[in-house]
Design a protein around this ligand. Structure first.
Ligand code: F6R
Length: 240
């Protein structure tokens, strides 16, 4: 079930998302947050850091699990999702590094997927934050991914590599593969919070909410979830 909150712009989207996350962290200081990377959550993470510094909201007992990570980048590469999380959130709050989990690259990819599923089996995610790809992906679950999928290796679609090329010197440097939490694991979160801004997300948002549930639009799997809050700015909501 979708609850849709429409906002004026990115900043208001970030404000609203922050209110929801803060309420969860305050009510349950040892909650498990499912986190995302990319442009969408940066404003939310800025607010979490500011609130921690100004109001002392503590993350000392919080655990986090991230959705995905590129394959083929060294962990300290500036564009690895590990680096993204350190830079945009973890270094600014009092979370313990041992309480933060991201899928990891490694020699044996299947073993890495299995290890991440073991972590996900142990943790119950209180809220899973999601962005959405212009092709409807959630995490790096590209079109065609089964709705009951677990952690797996994906070949990134050209459209996804093009979308993400803005973070790299050229598209050639964008990794071709990633490791991602599966849609099945995302659906197990107690609550889902999906944020989107900009016109290039409008088709994906409309298909997720009003289209048929189809693996061609991975986000349409969320139609099965009982508690999904979608916060969209005007441009991303323009086709609803
Ligand atoms: C990132 C992730 C992706 C992004 C999506 C939107 O961890 O899982 O699904 O949320 O690609 O990216 P942005 O927010 O950069 O438009």
């Amino acid at each position: 079930m979708f609850k849709v909150i429409k906002t004026e712009d990115y900043d208001e989207m970030s404000d609203q998302a922050f209110e929801i996350v803060k309420e969860i962290v305050t009510a349950k200081p040892d909650c498990v947050l499912g986190l995302a990377t990319g442009s969408s959550p940066i404003g939310l993470y800025e607010r979490m850091v500011r609130d921690h510094q100004e109001n002392g909201t503590s993350y000392a007992d919080v655990k986090t699990v991230n959705l995905d990570e590129y394959l083929g980048l060294l962990i300290d590469h500036p564009e690895s999702y590990f680096s993204f999380m350190q830079k945009n959130l973890f270094s600014g709050i009092d979370i313990l590094p041992s309480n933060t989990y991201l899928p990891r690259d490694g020699e044996d990819k299947l073993e890495q997927c299995k290890k991440y599923d073991e972590i996900l089996d142990e943790l119950e995610i209180d809220v899973q934050l999601l962005g959405i790809g212009s092709n409807g992906h959630i995490g790096f679950n590209e079109p065609g991914t089964a709705f009951d999928s677990k952690t797996h290796v994906v070949d990134l679609k050209e459209s996804t590599r093009r979308d993400n090329a803005r973070f790299f010197d050229s598209i050639d440097e964008v990794p071709k593969q990633a490791i991602t939490m599966g849609i099945g694991s995302i659906l197990k979160a107690k609550k889902i919070l999906l944020i989107a801004s900009g016109e290039n997300k409008a088709d994906a948002i409309a298909a997720m909410i009003n289209g048929p549930a189809t693996t061609e639009v991975p986000a349409s799997a969320l139609q099965q979830h009982p508690d999904v809050t979608v916060i969209v700015d005007q441009a991303a909501a323009s086709k609803l």
